[in-house]
Design a protein around this ligand. Structure first.
Ligand SMILES: Cc1cc2nc3c(=O)[nH]c(=O)nc-3n(C[C@H](O)[C@H](O)[C@H](O)COP(=O)(O)O)c2cc1C
Length: 329
């Protein structure tokens, strides 16, 4: 007998559990089946826009954390997203250490400060002053920290996909980090990755066993804003490289793919910048109801994206784009 055919008390309990699950889904507390059901097709335009929106407005957050606590409901969804990352041999090498304790976090921050001092002499002399000024962590200000680890022995007896390339488990864990990061952006939660920490010291502080590698130490929490572009770009440390220059044909440094490159060159993501706040305050507010994309943006397909920074900034200055406005040059 299948569960739905059960009668009596068992049937009532099953129906109640189902009803509660549906209510939880409706309240956003659980993942609806339709989100996990296999679909042969691409997403509809709005759903696609939402995916690209998460990617193009995700930020590494260090400075804008709010003291607000993070709901376990939300955190659970982020962890579930991380846990659905691809992994070599489906080994799922990750664990998620949730760190809330203020004293422990202060100790992690001390590790960061020490590591930063050790890294400083390795930085070009003329960039050291700027390096010192950069805010590169939000360990104590964020709602909580999460260390995502990789258990290097989880597929020890059947290393499918790792026999020749044992580092694939680390790459798999990074996929989980990215899933977490993107889901967080969609939820309006900031994430900042802190890698300036000596791994062995972090392992002993968090009692991480020898065969487990801490892959990402993340600061996680509600934020006052998502910056329109990377902090390191804003502070003159680096710029996004032109994508066409990174595309090669057939072999490393292989010339060609000129059509693809010119298509890429015509694309542009209008960054979120002035779209919402206006040119005077070039910030993207995360909290509250998010703006709907303009009709013309929704009507555009990925082939109309433009990645050129100059036109992105033109569009954002004119206030013409809102996120995820993707315009044709
Ligand atoms: C593996 C990895 C390690 C990183 N480590 C740090 C870090 O220690 N401190 C920091 O401020 N940002 C760190 N970042 C964030 C980068 O600086 C950031 O991703 C980059 O500047 C682009 O900015 P965006 O993420 O806002 O687009 C790290 C990012 C990655 C992927």
């Amino acid at each position: 007998m299948i569960p739905s055919q059960k009668t009596g008390l068992a049937g009532i309990v099953i129906r109640m559990v189902r009803r509660l699950a549906l209510i939880a889904i409706a309240r956003g507390q659980a993942m609806p089946e339709t989100m996990t059901a296999p679909m042969g097709d691409g997403f509809d335009q709005l759903a696609r826009d939402a995916v690209y929106r998460a990617m193009f407005t995700r930020r590494d957050v260090r400075s804008h954390f709010l003291p607000a606590a993070l709901d376990d409901d939300v955190l659970a969804r982020l962890l579930l997203a991380a846990h659905h990352a691809p992994s070599v041999g489906f080994m799922q090498p990750w664990n998620f250490i949730v760190i809330r304790d203020a004293k422990r976090r202060k100790k992690v921050r001390d590790l960061f400060l020490a590591a930063r001092e050790r890294e400083l002499p390795e930085i070009e002399a003329e960039r050291q002053a700027l390096y010192r000024k950069l805010k590169l962590e939000g360990i104590c200000e964020s709602a909580l920290n999460i260390c995502i680890t990789c258990d290097r022995e989880r597929s020890r007896d059947s290393p499918l996909g790792r026999w020749h390339n044992p580092e694939m488990d680390l790459y798999s864990t990074v996929c989980a980090v990215q899933n977490f990061w993107l889901a967080a952006r969609a939820e309006g939660i900031g994430v900042g990755w802190v890698s300036i920490i000596e791994a062995q010291a972090l392992k002993s502080l968090l009692s991480i066993p020898e065969h487990v590698t801490p892959v990402a130490y993340l600061c996680v929490g509600r934020v006052s804003e998502f910056a329109p572009k990377p902090d390191l770009e804003t502070h003159g440390w680096g710029r996004r490289l032109p994508l066409p220059e990174l595309i090669m044909s057939e072999t490393f440094c292989g010339q060609g793919e000129s059509l693809l490159k010119s298509t890429v060159a015509r694309l542009n993501t209008v960054d979120a910048t002035a779209a919402i706040a206006g040119p005077a305050d070039q910030r993207v507010a995360p909290a509250g109801p998010q703006r709907e994309p303009p009709k013309e943006a929704s009507a555009l397909s990925l082939s109309s994206l433009n990645f050129d920074d100059a036109s992105a900034s033109r569009a954002s200055q004119s206030g013409s784009g809102t996120w995820p406005a993707m315009v044709l040059k």
